[in-house]
Design a protein around this ligand. Structure first.
Ligand SMILES: Cc1cc2nc3c(=O)[nH]c(=O)nc-3n(C[C@H](O)[C@H](O)[C@H](O)COP(=O)(O)O)c2cc1C
Length: 133
């Protein structure tokens, strides 16, 4: 399986991951669950009104971490805004529960993709495996 799809599958199956951003020199972290591969890019979704969105506009460096079945995954990189409507539609199709809060044309829904991403799968028993995309 292509690396980016493996990362997406892990995050999807984990259900919840934690997204870290920077606010000045203060790290901020919160639970997230949205994830999508579209056009060869790994996307997450948020709302432009949220503090997390404003932090990423100031400083796109971010890291996410998820844990599942004794393995954890960290993805570090930069999160880039993408206003492509098709990507928003694809996210809402994958996670229809989002439709209660977002729509592609609400001016709030935001898709962000990872650029210069380094993803590392780790466990207590196996050597770490790193992939880049
Ligand atoms: C399990 C879980 C998953 C969540 N997934 C998302 C998500 O994918 N995108 C999002 O914007 N907020 C998501 N949230 C809500 C954010 O964690 C919440 O809005 C948070 O306050 C955003 O961070 P901020 O306050 O720094 O802006 C989720 C919350 C929970 C409990």
């Amino acid at each position: 399986m292509e690396a980016i799809n493996k990362v997406c599958e892990f995050l999807t199956e984990a259900g919840t991951y934690y997204l870290a951003t920077m606010e000045g020199d203060q790290p901020r972290v919160r639970p997230f669950g949205t994830v999508l591969v579209c056009g060869g890019k790994l996307y997450i979704q948020t709302g432009k009104v949220k503090a997390v969105s404003k932090q990423l506009a100031e400083n796109p460096k971010a890291e996410i971490c998820a844990f599942k079945d004794g393995k954890w995954l960290r993805v570090a990189g930069e999160l880039v805004n993408d206003d492509n409507r098709d990507v928003k539609v694809a996210m809402l199709e994958k996670m229809p529960s989002l439709k209660a809060m977002y729509s592609p044309d609400d001016g709030n829904m935001q898709m962000l993709y990872f650029k210069n991403a380094q993803a590392t799968f780790s466990s207590f028993t196996e050597a770490p495996e790193t992939v880049c995309f």
